[in-house]
Ligand binder design. Structure first.
Ligand SMILES: C[S@@+](CC[C@H](N)C(=O)[O-])C[C@H]1O[C@@H](n2cnc3c(N)ncnc32)[C@H](O)[C@@H]1O
Length: 214
């Protein structure tokens, strides 16, 4: 009797118009042999879905310049490029995340600029001309609060329109939110999705974007 063929498992998932490769995908497994991210950039984190869902409801003016901080595999930025024609930079302290970002950019047929930098090293001139800053799961240690807050402060000073930071609700994220809202206004929204994907996160949203960019 012929052996039953093993059922092939799906190694990609599609949602919000983008493709995300699972850890079981052979291209990801190949990269894992050579690149080992060391500050938790070893996978795609769920809060990013909430950034995508929020932007799909709010909208993002076409050709917006977006900076994803602590981008890891960069999927939230890739969503902005793919669905809203945004010009995206992915910034991370750990260069080992960029091969995973580049692979996903290729799979999703978008171009994303990568930039190795730490939150604490970002200068005002680096942020000039940026319309939106996004960051998912990037404020998970107490010592991250101050550097991320200072980055947001610089962003607000140079006229970045909006900042969106997503997190499952860890204390450092709430401490950051409190500081940002006290100084610049904004709000924390509880965001839950149970449609295309199941995800929930808190979203710190400061500032706003116009309907179109001049
Ligand atoms: C939990 S991962 C989240 C990755 C991605 N945003 C996501 O949602 O899939 C945190 C990311 O922040 C980066 N990171 C940590 N500390 C950083 C710092 N001081 N400056 C810039 N990036 C940092 C890590 O390298 C990692 O890629």
């Amino acid at each position: 009797m012929a052996k039953k063929k093993k059922k092939e498992k799906e190694t990609t998932r599609q949602a919000y118009g983008i493709t995300v490769l699972k850890a079981s995908d052979k291209r990801v497994r190949q990269l894992k042999k050579n690149f080992t991210p060391f500050i938790h950039g070893n996978k795609f984190w769920n809060s990013s879905w909430c950034v995508m869902d929020f932007l799909s409801q709010q909208g993002l003016p076409s050709a917006s310049r977006v900076l994803e901080i602590g981008c890891g595999w960069g999927l939230a930025g890739i969503y902005c490029a793919k669905n809203h024609g945004a010009e995206v930079r992915g910034m991370d302290a750990d260069s080992a995340v960029f091969p995973y970002l580049n692979l996903h950019a290729e799979v999703n047929e978008v171009e994303i600029e990568t930039w190795r930098c730490k939150f604490e090293k970002v200068k005002k001139k680096d942020l000039k001309g940026t319309n939106l800053i996004i960051g998912a799961d990037i404020c998970f240690w107490d010592e991250m609060v101050e550097p991320v807050y200072k980055l947001i402060k610089k962003a607000m000073k140079v006229g970045v329109g909006q900042v969106i930071i997503a997190d499952p609700g860890r204390p450092p994220f709430h401490a950051l939110s409190e500081k940002v809202i006290k100084k610049f206004g904004g709000e924390v929204k509880e965001w839950k999705i149970d449609e295309e994907v199941n995800a929930e996160a808190f979203l710190l949203i400061a500032g706003s974007l116009p309907d179109t960019l001049s």
